[in-house]
Design a protein around this ligand. Structure first.
Ligand code: NZQ
Ligand code: ZN
Length: 389
């Protein structure tokens, strides 16, 4: 087990009706609030009115319209401007991971005099951020319990992961009842995203019985519960368990003491959603079995065997290579069964920009580093993408 430091400063308040506590939490940090949200789901499901009703004693400015795969221009820039012009004291993000990620970049940009892009790209260090409180409405990214966000810049096809300890939310409210209204497409994409976060931590050279067990249990929970909510979107227990899974899956607790994988599938997917603005979880689900097939070799084989036996219940008496092949097939079939489009062409991506995207990934994501479990060259990325068509 490697040495590790683990610290999550975010308070989680989880369960039905917990948003009633919002005024208490916000009151302790400030009265001038920037309320950030997306394209209108919170108005349809009543959460917007609920929040406004709870915060009548607060001064609220609003940044609506944050899109999936949140954009630097206009959303981050508009948010930073609003914070500076109005001396905002705290940001309240109400929505999915995109709203929260965008709010994290705004929170840091608000305390910085220069171009916020320099912070996002780590060109200059982040020395502070406004406090962030969120009501997260999608079980997917785990942004509610991590110190990262992903911001897109359309004109350069960049989608950049921005990580900093100042970006952890102060407090995340997680009420699973607000996910009853998440459409099936987003529900299953969110589950695929969370599963992939776990796989990025599981397929490593060094892990432990503890971390493997947490990862395997969490994936089993996501698989069982998503089948339930597909039939019954308002099943509280299943929605709650999926949310708890997704919240923990990207937080780092599942890989304490492990070696690092480099998060190769995320590196590749971020190019797909940067170039084509596709749904992150769908892109990941498409890439996952192709990446698995591509990295399967003598060194990686034992991980496939453990995963396949413990998660998909594959017969451990089969040969290792048979187990691995059945595991990859089972992974594909699961995503297909829950309804994810499993080919790039199904989400509007053809072969015309594959080389360009692979080059972008190879230059920006550092996936070819030798110490990684399964390093990927530019040619490897081309092959994985072609296989995903
Ligand atoms: O915009 P609105 O109207 O709110 O609708 C959203 C959006 O259309 C809708 N939605 C959200 N909650 C809803 C709802 N619809 C009905 N009822 C609700 N309760 O769902 C759509 C997608 O929302 P979005 O926020 O984009 O989804 P998600 O939470 O999956 O976030 C995806 C973004 O997060 C990044 C992804 O790359 C992508 O940009 N990631 C962030 C990470 C992090 N911060 O740690 C890690 C991830 O790996 C990921 O890269
Ligand atoms: Zn993800």
């Amino acid at each position: 087990m490697k040495n590790f430091e683990y610290h999550t400063p975010t308070k989680l308040i989880f369960g039905q009706g917990v948003v009633e506590k919002l005024p208490d939490i916000l009151g302790s940090v400030g009265k001038k609030i920037l309320l950030t949200y997306g394209g209108g789901s919170i108005k349809k499901n009543g959460l917007y009115d609920k929040v406004k009703g709870l915060l009548i004693d607060f001064e609220i400015f609003e940044l609506p319209g944050i899109e999936p795969n949140p954009k630097y221009n206009p959303s981050v820039l508009d948010g930073v401007r609003l914070c500076k012009e109005n001396n905002i004291e705290v940001i309240l993000a109400v929505g999915g991971g995109s709203v929260l990620d965008c709010s994290k970049a705004i929170a840091a940009g608000a305390l910085y005099d220069g171009e916020p892009w320099d912070l996002i790209t780590h060109k200059v260090p982040t020395n502070g951020a406004l406090p962030i409180v969120d009501i997260i409405t999608m079980a997917a990214t785990g942004s509610e319990y991590d110190g990262g966000g992903v911001i897109s810049r359309t004109e350069t096809n960049d989608k950049v992961g921005y990580m900093d300890s100042h970006l952890y939310p102060l407090c995340s409210f997680i009420d699973p009842t607000y996910t009853f209204s998440v459409p099936k497409k987003q529900t299953i994409a969110g589950v695929a995203d969370a599963i992939n976060h776990i796989l990025e931590q599981y397929f490593v050279a060094e892990s432990s019985i503890l971390t493997d067990g947490m990862c395997e249990a969490c994936i089993r929970s996501l698989m069982e519960n998503v089948r339930i909510v597909i039939d019954k979107p308002d099943d509280y227990q299943a929605r709650a368990e999926i949310f708890a899974d997704a919240t923990l899956a990207c937080n780092g607790i599942f890989s304490i003491g492990n070696s690092y994988s480099g998060w190769p599938m995320h590196g590749i997917e971020h190019a797909l959603s940067a170039y084509y603005d596709i749904t992150h979880g769908e892109g990941l689900a498409i890439i996952t079995p192709r990446w698995m097939k591509h990295i399967l070799n003598e060194k990686t084989l034992p991980r496939f065997v453990k995963y396949g036996v413990n998660v998909f219940g594959i017969d451990e008496n089969l040969s290792s290579i048979e187990i691995a092949e059945k595991t990859i097939e089972a992974q594909y079939m699961f995503f297909e069964e829950i309804g994810i489009p499993m080919h790039l062409k199904d989400v509007g991506i053809d072969d015309s920009r594959i080389e360009e995207m692979a080059h972008h990934v190879a230059v920006n994501e550092g996936l070819d580093t030798e110490y990684l479990f399964a390093p990927l060259t530019e040619q490897d990325i081309v092959e994985i993408l072609k296989d995903s068509l």
